[in-house]
Design a protein around this ligand. Structure first.
Ligand code: C5P
Length: 243
């Protein structure tokens, strides 16, 4: 049978037309990139692990009433999702200083923040996804004031859920990125969590040892990325049998 039509190919995923209107098939590749594509590799089994982990997080969010694009997992590497109108922002939630925030503010990585902080980056590979203030988002029409308020609320609910789940398996949720999309229902937009939630887009540190279990292992050459993701999946009880 001919492959479904490709709609979009990103660095770590491919989107294909779905079986019904308003649906897409999201395929998880094994490709890993960092530094906006400057560093590249293929990590055997990463796509399988991220497909499972994203299914796990999206299903859990759905169960507590947080809307997501996820419909169901189709196979080892693919999941059926609802087609959304992606808001061109990366929505980042931080609980502890790390990465670009630690650098920008001269904070030691791991410093606890006074409260979870939500920030927005404009999704543009050529520009390196720059941090943007709310003023830009609204002035350039990427999202409305209402969307901004709803996105902050949504992101904080995702943070509460994710931080709790990870804490339960001995992992500290340092920060993460989500993407949010609109689904139109009777002329009203509804915001849903889209894209993926996986160790590619989170910082996850073992609470006891501080060991990194996320994409920083690849970004900073700290060992085996597949082993780190496998450990996260194992602790959450979603380890695929034949990665
Ligand atoms: O690099 P930075 O500290 O801004 O990243 C914050 C969080 O957002 C990290 O968990 C990182 O993995 C995630 N992120 C992402 N995709 C990007 C930029 C950041 O998933 N393009």
């Amino acid at each position: 049978m001919a492959r479904r039509k490709k709609v979009y190919e990103g660095k770590a995923k491919i989107l294909y037309e779905g079986p019904e209107p308003g649906t897409l098939v999201q395929y998880f590749k094994d490709d890993a990139t960092a530094g906006n594509g400057a560093k590249k590799d293929v990590i055997d089994g990463k796509g399988v692990l991220n497909n499972r982990l994203s299914e796990f997080f999206m299903t859990g969010l759905g169960a507590i009433g947080v809307p997501t694009h996820f419909i169901r997992r189709l196979n080892m590497r693919e999941q059926l999702i609802r087609q959304v109108e992606i808001i061109p922002l990366e929505v980042i939630v931080r609980n502890f200083a790390a990465g670009s925030m630690a650098k920008r503010l001269g904070l030691e990585e791991g410093t606890a923040l006074p409260r979870p902080i939500v920030e927005f980056c404009y999704k543009d590979d050529a520009l390196g996804d720059p941090l943007v203030p709310e003023e830009y988002v609204i002035a350039f029409g990427w999202a409305s004031q209402q969307d901004m308020d709803d996105m902050v609320a949504l992101a904080l609910r995702v943070n509460d859920f994710m931080a709790g789940v990870m804490h339960g398996v001995g992992i500290k949720l340092v920060d993460f990125k989500i993407e949010i999309g609109r689904i139109w229902e009777n002329d009203y937009p509804r915001l849903v969590v889209a894209d993926e939630i996986s160790p590619d887009s989170c910082r996850l540190w073992d609470i006891e040892s501080g060991q990194k279990l996320d994409k920083d292992v690849f970004r900073r050459d700290l060992g085996s990325l597949a082993d780190a993701y496998t450990e996260v999946a194992r602790r959450l009880g979603v380890l695929p049998s034949n990665v």
